[in-house]
Design a binder for this molecule. Structure first.
Ligand code: SIN
Ligand code: MN
Length: 274
């Protein structure tokens, strides 16, 4: 999938692009089945809310490890995600920094505080803010079920120094001081709600300010994130690096691959194999 000149200009101006229903309902269902399969796995790659429900399943894009998944691996190498990432980063040699499924369970799923992803990835040793994240909605995302909000143009601010919040949720989150956030959100354009049907994709710059609220609704908000980095921008060594499932050490350049693994096997009859 190739982006137009206009789409590239829009990305550079706003820091994100949205592609409604880029994946079909059948493809989304294959990915949803994978989340159901991975849920019971006992591993530190799965983070829970304080109340017990699953918050995040990390590292679903590889063919090894406890949360490996052939369909999510295919998604991450599909031309629909990988080709735009290559174009936006101006580099054919990308690797996956990490992947995660945020399950934001009905009623229980909690907030993601305002942050820029590169705020902390800088402390992971990543030299430059040359990463993009592609996210695919695997449920209908709404304002009520805690859809993602993205602030247009906020990537142009450059990196704002974050601090670690270990109180608000079960997961340590890097966020920006309240006074600075109020100042920024007062000045910047209104946040855009990433609401829409399953299969919708957004790709956003690693310095874009984003957040999402509590899931107040009776519907889950399942969503996959795949982060692409340039192989040339791999992290420098740091003391006590974070684990591989959040700061991958697989720097092998990705190639666009066939994504038929996203299609459910045909029923025997339809496949003509009576
Ligand atoms: C994130 O920014 O890392 C996740 C936000 C969300 O899933 O709502
Ligand atoms: Mn983020």
């Amino acid at each position: 999938m190739q982006l137009t000149e206009q789409q590239r200009a829009e990305f550079h101006e706003k820091g994100f692009l949205i592609f409604p229903e880029l994946f079909t309902p059948a493809e989304v269902e294959v990915l949803r089945d994978e989340i159901r399969r991975l849920g019971p796995v006992e591993t530190d790659h799965i983070v829970r809310e304080r109340t017990g429900g699953i918050r995040t399943i990390f590292r679903v894009h590889e063919d090894d490890g406890p949360t490996q998944s052939a369909p999510f691996r295919a998604l991450s190498r599909s031309s629909r995600l990988l080709a735009p990432a290559m174009q936006l980063l101006g580099d054919d040699d990308l690797y996956i920094y990490h992947s995660k499924v945020n399950t934001k369970v009905a009623i229980e799923g909690t907030v993601w505080l305002w942050h820029q992803d590169y705020g902390y990835w800088y402390w992971d040793g990543v030299p430059a803010p040359n990463l993009v994240t592609s996210t695919v909605l695997l449920d209908e995302a709404t304002e009520q079920n805690g859809c993602l909000y993205i602030v247009p143009g906020s990537h142009k601010l450059g990196r704002q120094e974050p601090y670690a919040d270990e109180e608000t949720t079960s997961y340590k989150q890097w966020t920006i001081e309240r006074e600075r956030l109020v100042e920024l959100l007062d000045q910047l354009p209104k946040p855009v709600a990433l609401a829409g049907p399953p299969g919708t994709v957004a790709v956003f710059h690693c310095n874009v300010l984003h957040a999402s609220g509590h899931n107040l609704s009776p519907k889950n908000r399942w969503q996959i994130y795949v982060v692409y980095n340039q192989v040339a921008n791999r992290p420098n060594d740091v003391e006590n690096p974070r684990p591989d499932y959040v700061r991958s050490v697989n720097f092998e350049p990705l190639r666009i691959e066939d994504d038929t693994a996203l299609r459910a096997p045909l029923p025997v009859e339809a496949a003509g194999l009576r």
